[in-house]
Design a protein around this ligand. Structure first.
Ligand SMILES: C[S@@+](CC[C@H](N)C(=O)[O-])C[C@H]1O[C@@H](n2cnc3c(N)ncnc32)[C@H](O)[C@@H]1O
Length: 188
């Protein structure tokens, strides 16, 4: 894979991650045909950066943290560096492999696993987590009922970052929020 380094400043320090230079070059028409899979994991989305910044300043000391749809996994890297015991998940095996390399590059330890939120038994078996993270996961309407049902069952505190995509409103109607400070929402 043709990778480039991206350096992202967080609260006090920066994270340097490798990402594919051209995400579009990874489109696989067979994978799309099967499950409408597109390589969205390969980009660094602004929501991921916002969530990583929100998490970086926390003292997570041993807290059990889960990230769904992690992609390049910036929030997971920030949470691990803040002391969390992190499980980062995505349905893309390539994303998970690259995240493990990026964790090593940044000197942080985390667990990364291929899990789809449509088949969440491995996550529910390890719930509840102290903190659940998800950035820019509501880009398809089909994910709204799935994630609205799943996220509250995974942990006591859920931080969701979203750039205001159309499915967000339907999602928040289902879940409610205790407070919302866009683009990071904390679910009840
Ligand atoms: C728009 S990207 C956001 C990536 C990352 N969270 C960020 O903000 O940079 C959406 C992510 O959700 C993942 N995803 C989509 N459907 C999924 C599913 N059913 N189970 C797990 N991950 C999924 C994609 O592979 C991708 O990494």
């Amino acid at each position: 894979m043709d990778l480039v380094e991206e350096v992202v400043p967080l609260a006090d320090r920066e994270l340097a991650v490798l990402r594919p230079r051209y995400a579009a070059a990874l489109v696989d028409e067979h994978a799309f045909e099967e499950d409408e899979f597109l390589p969205y994991w390969a980009q660094l989305w602004p929501s991921g950066v916002a969530l990583a910044r929100a998490v970086a300043s926390r003292a997570l000391k041993g807290a059990r943290v889960l990230e769904l749809g992690c992609g390049l996994g910036l929030p997971s890297l920030a949470a691990a560096r803040a002391g969390g015991r992190v499980l980062a998940t995505d349905w893309s095996p390539t994303a998970i492999e690259l995240l493990q390399d990026n964790a090593d590059r940044n000197g942080v330890a985390l667990e990364a696993a291929v899990v789809s939120w449509t088949d969440p038994a491995p996550l529910l078996a390890r719930a509840p987590f102290d903190l659940v993270l998800a950035a820019d996961v509501l880009y398809e309407r089909r994910s709204v009922p799935v994630l609205a049902d799943l996220l509250p069952r995974l942990g006591g505190e859920v931080l969701l970052a979203d750039p205001g995509r159309p499915p967000l409103e339907a999602f928040l109607e289902r879940t409610g929020t205790v407070w919302a400070r866009p683009p990071v929402y904390r679910l009840r």
